[in-house]
Every structure is written in C-alpha cells, then in structure tokens.
Design a protein around this ligand. Structure first.
Ligand code: HEM
Length: 407
C-alpha cells in the first residue's frame, strides 16, 4: 500500500517562491498537490493544476481555454521586445494568427521532410561522438546534447554554420525570461536577446528574399513565400515566429537528450535493458519524455467562466498546467514513479495536446532516438565524472552540465 503524500507540501506550495529542493526534485511536491489540492489556488488568484485528465481537457478545449497572452504579459513585460515577441508567436495566440502560422510551419515539418534529415543527423552525431572518444571525457550537455538541436534548427532555417554561435545564448535568455517570476536582470537579458536576434534575422531574411531556397525543405523560404492561396505573414510575424521556432527546438530537445542519458545513469537496469534490446528506443524516448518532461509547465487563460474538478473558474482566471505532475498521475499511468523504457500505453503530455500540440515532435523524437542510440552504442559504460549542474528552472527541466567519462 502506497502511503499518502505529505499534505503540508501541497499547503505550502507557492509558485512564486520555489526553493533549491524543488528545483532538484519537484516530484514529491507535485504528488502532494495531485493528491490533496489538484486545483490549487495561488495567492495571485491563478490556479495550479496537476491532474492528467484536467490538463488533457484544457489542451483540447481551446474555446474555453485561451493561449493568448496579451493581457497576462502586458504588466509582466511592459512595452518591450519580449512583449512583442511572445504576443506575436503562434504558441501564445489563438486563431486566426495561430492557424495561419501553424499551417505554414506544420507543412514544412511533415514526416517526409523530417525523414530526409536522418542521414545528416546520423553524420553529425557520429562527428560529435568521435570528438568525445578522442578526449575520453565530456560534458554531456555542452559537447553533445546541446550541439545537436542547434545544428538541426540551424539547418531547418538555413542559418549559415559560421553564424550559429550566438543562437543558443539568445534562446536561453529569452526562455529564461518566461519563468513564473522574472528578475530585472533576467528581463534585461531577454530583451537584449530579442533585439539582437531580430537584427540578425532581418539580415538573414533579406538574403533569403534575394536568393530563395527550396520551399519544400527550407522553412524560412516557406514562411517568406506564404501559402499558395496568398496567406502571408507580416515582416514582424515572420521574424518573431522564426525566433520562436529556433527557441522551441533548442532547449527542449537538448533536455530530452540530456535527461534521457542521465536517467540511464540513474537506472542501470534500464540501461542494461536498452543495450540488450535496442529496438526499445522508441518507447524509451516516450518514457524519458514522460518521466522527466523537458517542458514542465504550460499556461492558459479561462476565456469563459467554467469549472475544473468542482472548483468554479471565473472568466479571466490564469491557469498553470503542470505537465510534470500530470505525467506521473497514477489515475493515468500504472506505477508512475517507476521508469519503464518499454511502457505502453504511454499517453504523456510532454508535447501538450489539442491544436497547439508541439509542431516539432516528430523531429524531436528523431533527434532523441539517433542521439541516444548512437551514444549508447559507442559508449555503453559511460559513467558520471563530477557533479551535474541543473538548469535551475521550473518551466524547462534539464541540466546545464553533466560531466561524464566514457569507460
Ligand atoms: C523534446 C522536445 C520538445 C518538447 C518537450 C516540446 C514541447 C512543446 C510543448 C509542450 C508545446 C505546447 C505549448 C503550449 O501550447 O502550451 C510545444 C509547442 C511547439 N513546439 Fe515543441 N517541443 C519540443 C521540440 C520542438 C522542436 C524540435 C520544434 C521545431 C523544430 C518545436 C516546435 C514547436 C512549435 C512550432 C510549437 C507551437 C505549436 C502551436 O502553438 O501550435 N518543438 N512544444
């Protein structure tokens, strides 16, 4: 019989005051919330939700639960580049902007276009592994996990290789300013990153307008040219959605690869199992996504009065959707605290759900599969070689550094 979670963990939970213990391991708190206060009211009147069924319903019902962040972000960011960026990105909009941008991006990320990237991805992973082998040790994040998505997204948008240096820093600064509480320095870094990114992209777009690429594979050319039926993005929409795409594909996928390889260190039985049965990589990736979801928190706003789990929700209520907690909900997953790389079914919400479901999930899965399979095949006995450093964020869960040796 599993004992009940400590109710004081749920009682004392305050999203605006998280401590180091929470960042290291938020799951006991998530479990207490799910068991005792699954629809938890925060001091600012917003609700923090932890049950799988509640999140699943909210992601699907886009009429009642809006993604539009204009109202919420105006006081948070003021009239700044960060405000313009977020309120122009597809992920933080409802139709019609969401539908127009989503159609263009989704058509460029079709499974066929993704499959065509596989040989290049294999070659990239091979080169990174050669470099690790030559040194005998590595930082799993810096030298491997982070190096893959940056190249993939760079290729997708046709950013010349020698110009990719600043992309990761910009991306981290912009995403860092999305934390539930944003300190002035983090906001300043985020705003500077949006401005520099915009300047860079203006030049890139001008070059691509002068010399278009193949619209079948080049996302930037496709976004510039728009739909055949004349649907076009404005320049501002185009630039901000390119920034969003670059950001969406970086940190999240880095964390899928980093978290997956860390889980295989933490659970040697599952590593042995994957080594013995490499064909389990597909279900293993889903389990890594479920168990240590790269993106732990999502947000919506009640566009109409409703109720959630018997709690009245007035129009305008802000909601935080805790993906990390929902993905360990025993009402949905058997023995949810156990990592099981063969788990099936596994309908996790790591990519959210409904009309905003991650448009890059096929690509993210492919990157995860090739990176982790390649790493494990080459270095089956990799071991920790120092203290890992966590990202220290509530929204994006992953490591900044994971030192390892390869034998
Ligand atoms: C493991 C990696 C990834 C995870 C965990 C992840 C997670 C998510 C989640 C949870 C959302 C929904 C946000 C919301 O509506 O609240 C989302 C949206 C999105 N993601 Fe991903 N993502 C990943 C990788 C990628 C990649 C590689 C790309 C692109 C190349 C990408 C592009 C997008 C886009 C364009 C959206 C917006 C979709 C929309 O609003 O319609 N993602 N992602």
């Amino acid at each position: 019989m599993v004992s009940a979670a400590d109710p004081t963990l749920a009682e004392g939970f305050d999203l605006s005051r998280l401590d180091a213990g929470f960042y290291a391991d938020p799951f006991p708190v998530y479990r207490a919330l799910r068991e005792h206060q699954p629809v938890k009211r925060m001091a600012d009147g917003s609700l923090f939700l932890t049950r799988w069924a509640d999140l699943d319903r909210i992601y699907r019902d886009t009429r009642t639960f809006s993604s539009d962040k204009h109202e919420e972000f105006r006081p948070k960011y003021g009239a700044t580049p960060l405000y313009e960026h977020h309120t122009t990105s597809l992920v933080f909009n409802d139709p019609p902007l969401h539908t127009r941008v989503r159609r263009l991006i989704a058509s460029a990320l079709m499974p066929r276009a993704i499959a065509a990237m596989e040989p290049g991805l294999q070659a990239l992973v091979g080169r990174l592994l050669d470099a690790v082998e030559a040194r005998g040790e590595a930082d799993l994040i810096e030298d491997f996990a982070a190096a893959i998505p940056i190249e993939v997204i760079g290729n997708l948008l046709g950013v010349p290789v020698e110009e990719r240096g600043p992309l990761r820093g910009w991306s981290l600064a912009i995403l860092g300013a999305l934390e539930p509480v944003v300190m002035p320095e983090a906001a300043a870094r985020g705003n500077a990153a949006v401005s520099e990114f915009l300047d860079y992209l203006r030049g890139l777009v001008a070059r691509r307008r002068a010399q278009p690429g193949d619209a079948a594979t080049d996302v930037l050319t496709r976004l510039i040219q728009g739909e055949a039926d004349g649907e076009r993005l404005t320049e501002t929409e185009l630039l901000h959605n390119c920034i969003f795409l670059l950001n969406a594909g970086h940190e999240t996928t880095t964390n899928l690869i980093g978290n997956g390889l860390e889980l295989l260190l933490r659970f040697p039985d599952q590593r042995a199992r994957l080594l013995a049965q490499p064909e389990l990589i597909g279900t293993a990736i889903e389990e890594f996504l479920r168990y240590e979801s790269s993106n732990q928190l999502g947000n919506r706003r009640a566009a109409a009065a409703t109720e959630i789990g018997g709690v009245a929700v007035p129009e305008g209520t802000l909601l935080t959707l805790c993906i990390g907690a929902a993905n360990r909900d025993p009402a949905r997953f058997e023995d949810p605290e156990r990592l099981d790389i063969a788990r099936q079914p596994n309908r996790h919400l790591a990519f959210a759900g409904g009309p905003h479901i991650c448009a890059g999930m096929t690509l993210a899965r492919l990157e995860g599969r090739i990176a982790i399979t390649g790493f494990l095949r080459r270095f089956p006995d990799y071991a920790p070689a120092g203290e890992p450093v966590r990202g220290g964020r509530a929204r994006f869960r992953g490591f900044l550094s994971l030192p390892i040796r390869i034998a």
